[in-house]
Design a binder for this molecule. Sequence first.
Ligand SMILES: Nc1ncnc2c1ncn2[C@@H]1O[C@H](COP(=O)(O)OP(=O)(O)OP(=O)(O)O)[C@@H](O)[C@H]1O
Length: 320
Amino acid sequence: MDDDDMNDMDDDALVLRTEGLTKRYGDRLAVDGVSMTVRRGEVYGFLGHNGAGKTTTLRMVLGLVRPTSGHATVLGRAVGRQDVTARVGALVEGPGFYPYLSGRDNLRSLARYQHLPRTDVERVLDLVDLTRRGDDAYKGYSLGMKQRLGVAAALLGDPELIILDEPTNGLDPAGMADMRDLVVSLARDGRTVLLSSHLLTEVQEICDRVGVIDHGRLLREAAVADLRGGITVRVRATPQDTALAVAARLAGPGGVRPLPGGALGVDLPASAAPGLTRALVTAGADVHEVAPSERTLEEVFFEMTTTPAPDTTTIKEPVP
Ligand SMILES: Nc1ncnc2c1ncn2[C@@H]1O[C@H](COP(=O)(O)OP(=O)(O)OP(=O)(O)O)[C@@H](O)[C@H]1O
């Protein structure tokens, strides 16, 4: 399905929809007009550099932070309502557990608070593969086990939407792999997972769709395959104005950028290169080069986003 079709999607198929979600801290715009949609049953990867605005967005979606403007609808209802909160599980801050209690007892105290039966604790321990270590004190857990216990806590009450903020942060490769398997198994059982990450391979492996956020703005929302599946065509044609106009018509203004040597990089669906050549010729341009190449998610991501500017404070004026 094309991105634009999503606006027409039945709201039942959407677990989350935000419109113009914005958060300002003083003069810092942490989140700037984010409109995103998460569909039922998918693993959605919220991708962005550190400080891009992922956590703030998730906190607004959970009703933990009040938006400056815009709004979010979760499971068809406004954020913050008790009946919605009970259907959403989240691991956003580092999990807060009693260090000297066992994993099982920590979950039991959370379950009691939520009026859930003890059987639910056993269910979630099993889901995160901690049943055997459930009676060990939390403080003795590895980082990966602590993180999995955090996911278990988020799964209490069997929520429909699970929100995980950087769930593999700080984990070793084995812990990361366990967490990825866990996320995939949650989705396989029909749950919807929204996770944030700055790890491209992770997102590429386990997510169905991605939202890319940079400096608080959602740059793109698309299926991982669609983001990667396109090609970049290197085009050299004259007059350059004509080439630019044709390329922008086919790829949209955001899909064209200048490359060294007077060439253009044009982002297109994989089958569109011949159409570009035809359109250039039809427009009267002389075509010198049309060279398509496939892109990785990593390339796409770094093309779309801007890394923080290098620190220039160490550059000194030359001494006369
Ligand atoms: N309570 C706050 N007060 C002031 N500024 C904040 C606050 N919370 C976040 N910010 C700022 O908002 C911007 C976005 O932060 P946010 O934590 O949402 O980004 P992020 O993408 O989750 O990054 P990270 O992965 O590093 O947490 C950052 O510049 C951050 O410094």
